[in-house]
Design a binder for this molecule. Structure first.
Ligand code: PLP
Length: 397
């Protein structure tokens, strides 16, 4: 039987909570309070509590969360920001918009996250000394980067860390604190963490939206100022900021959705476990056709079972003849996508910068081999069996 399986099915998520969402929307509309106000404050409180951070500042998008964070840290013209070459464009775009330049550390081939060993080498490079003004790790696909070693190095060099947690809301990292292992949520480990509520993220709004969380009250204050054009009181502007406000309607919608997030994460993780089993059974792994994702941080009784170490914003395999497989699955009406086909250092817009000539073999290899499969919470086991069956069919041709 032929099946139609989208990469993401927002309708399936909406249906069971439709009335609850519409009530919150109607309530907001009737309030006529559309800019800032109690819905933003409530959502900031809820997000701060959920993440385990002191402060949360609602902003207009994940991109603006990154931009405002770098602005608040004083990153500007001629500065360098150390980041990963394998991410969504906004990671690099926010650096470039401030007149700063990215410095790329290649990724770890298993996690796809920035490799701490490469970071160490760059920090020790005398040509970079004093010029790196921030480190910007990305928690790609829903799993935290190696924050332990990254924060240790950042501390030694006294460089602030901004976490791009757009794909990893709620993801936990096993952090060694005062000799004991404790998990901490994405966004709360560095100086600040940036989230996106783009509809395809695990917590998606119905339009654009973002958030910065931080434990640093001074930074929170700076971010609140930057969010409203640096307005300290009625048309007195202390600094140059932007219009980076989160929409009240989005906040109202996200307030309804946040309590469901843990359940959605768990369903995604369950789907990932099923895929892993199906791929193994199919022989595709043994034959070297498919490499399923391997979570780096496993659940452990010591840290608490049911902790979201990986929230699977994407389930990404490596596949032999990736482009052939992608076309084949698309023809079969199975939604797949490549995140990301071009690493950041190969983007046209930085072709004049020194970083563009770098060789970053792991990022380049990943860009040629990875494929994201449907993993959304409402995906059924029948659908997953069909996806793996079709992938098997491709390699048997
Ligand atoms: C989605 C995303 C962003 C940008 O978020 P927007 O809300 O779309 O601006 C930034 N970084 C990463 C890694 C993302 O996945």
């Amino acid at each position: 039987m032929k099946m139609n399986i989208p990469l993401l099915d927002l309708k399936a998520q909406l249906d069971p909570i439709h009335d609850e969402i519409m009530a919150a929307v109607a309530e907001t509309v009737d309030s006529t309070c559309y800019i800032m106000g109690p819905r933003i404050e409530q959502f900031e409180k809820n997000m701060a509590r959920y993440c385990g951070a002191k402060e949360a500042i609602g902003v207009s998008s994940g991109t603006d969360a990154l931009l405002a964070s770098l602005m608040a840290l004083g990153v500007g013209n001629g500065d360098l920001v150390l980041t990963t070459p394998y991410s969504f464009f906004a990671t690099m775009g926010s650096i470039l918009r401030l007149g700063a330049q990215p410095v790329f550390a290649d990724i770890d081939p298993v996690s796809y996250n920035i490799d701490p060993a490469r970071v160490a080498a760059l920090l020790a490079d005398s040509a970079m000394a004093g010029r790196i003004k921030a480190i910007l790790p990305v928690h790609l696909f829903g799993q935290c980067a190696e924050m332990g070693p990254l924060l240790k190095m950042a501390g030694e060099y006294n460089i602030p860390v901004v976490e791009d947690a757009a794909q990893a809301i709620g993801a936990a990292y096993p952090m060694m604190t005062h000799g004991a292992l404790q998990w901490q949520r994405a966004g709360t480990m560095g100086d600040c963490g940036c989230f996106s509520f783009f509809p395809s993220k695990n917590l998606g709004g119905m339009g654009d939206g973002g958030m910065v969380v931080t434990n640093n009250e001074k930074l929170a204050k700076a971010l609140r100022l930057i969010r409203v054009h640096g307005d300290i009181s009625k048309y007195q502007h202390a600094v140059v900021g932007g219009n980076f406000r989160l929409d009240a309607l989005q906040a109202a919608i996200l307030n309804v959705k946040l309590p469901y997030l843990h359940k959605w994460h768990a369903a995604r993780r369950q789907n990932a476990t099923l895929y892993n089993g199906l791929f193994k059974e199919s022989g595709l792994v043994e034959a070297g056709h498919v490499v399923p994702p391997r979570p780096v941080y496993q659940e452990s009784a010591a840290l608490g079972n049911g902790v979201d170490y990986h929230i699977y914003n994407q389930y990404v395999i490596r596949a032999k003849n990736r482009d052939g497989l992608r076309e084949f699955l698309q023809e079969q009406s199975i939604g797949v996508a490549v995140y990301y086909p071009i690493p950041l250092h190969k983007q046209k817009c930085i072709s004049g910068l020194p970083s563009s000539t770098l060789s970053l073999p792991e990022a380049e290899k990943a860009a040629g081999e990875t494929l994201a499969l449907p993993i959304y919470p409402e995906l059924t086991s029948d659908m997953q069996e069909y996806v793996v069956d079709r992938i098997s069919a491709f390699y048997q041709r």
